[in-house]
Design a protein around this ligand. Structure first.
Ligand code: S3P
Length: 169
């Protein structure tokens, strides 16, 4: 690989699990922006949102993303679901292979219905509605940034990884 492979997609689309497996298969380093943020800040994402607010989180997110992009050999990088929202982040992605993992709203809801770690999902009493509204608002940003789209419903991690590998060959 001569550029990074960046996984984008909505919360619960499998970016971290797929990213780790993909990096193993490609024998390159793996980074997960949320994990790097928590490591660096020594705080959980939910605490950063609660104590400092979303805007502060987004600043840290961009800084962390830049740092990973610029200081490492070609790697697989899984990003948080909101990474694509900022124009700066999308332009940082431009010279890399950006893969969108797409899961249906129903599948996302099934995976996240009891989640307590994602601050943006705790705000709406009707979780399905909250997911749907956010999903619809974000779709255009995922589409803007993606160079390759992979649907994930009813596929195993191995199938998704295989599909990505054969598409980037
Ligand atoms: C967010 C997604 C989360 C995390 C934060 C905000 C978002 O990452 O970065 O809670 O705005 O969609 P995952 O996509 O890994 O859940």
């Amino acid at each position: 690989m001569n550029s990074h492979l960046i996984l984008i997609g909505f919360m619960g689309s499998g970016k971290s699990t797929v990213g780790q497996e993909l990096a193993n298969r490609l024998q390159v380093p793996f980074f997960d922006t949320d994990q790097e943020i928590e490591k660096e800040a020594k705080e959980k994402i939910s605490d950063i949102f609660r104590l400092k607010g979303e805007a502060a989180f987004r600043e840290i997110e961009t800084k962390t993303f830049k740092h990973i992009l610029m200081n490492h050999d070609p790697s697989v990088i899984s990003t948080g679901g909101g990474m694509v929202l900022s124009e700066e982040n999308r332009s940082l992605m431009e010279n890399h292979v950006v893969v969108l993992l797409e899961a249906s709203i129903g599948e996302v809801f099934r995976r996240l219905q009891d989640d307590i770690n994602r601050p943006l999902l705790q705000q709406n009493e009707d979780r399905f509605l909250g997911i749907r509204q956010l999903y619809e608002k974000r779709k255009e940003f995922y589409d803007m940034a993606a160079k390759l789209k992979i649907t994930t419903d009813d596929k195993t991690i191995e199938q998704i990884v295989e599909e990505i590998i054969s598409a980037i060959k």
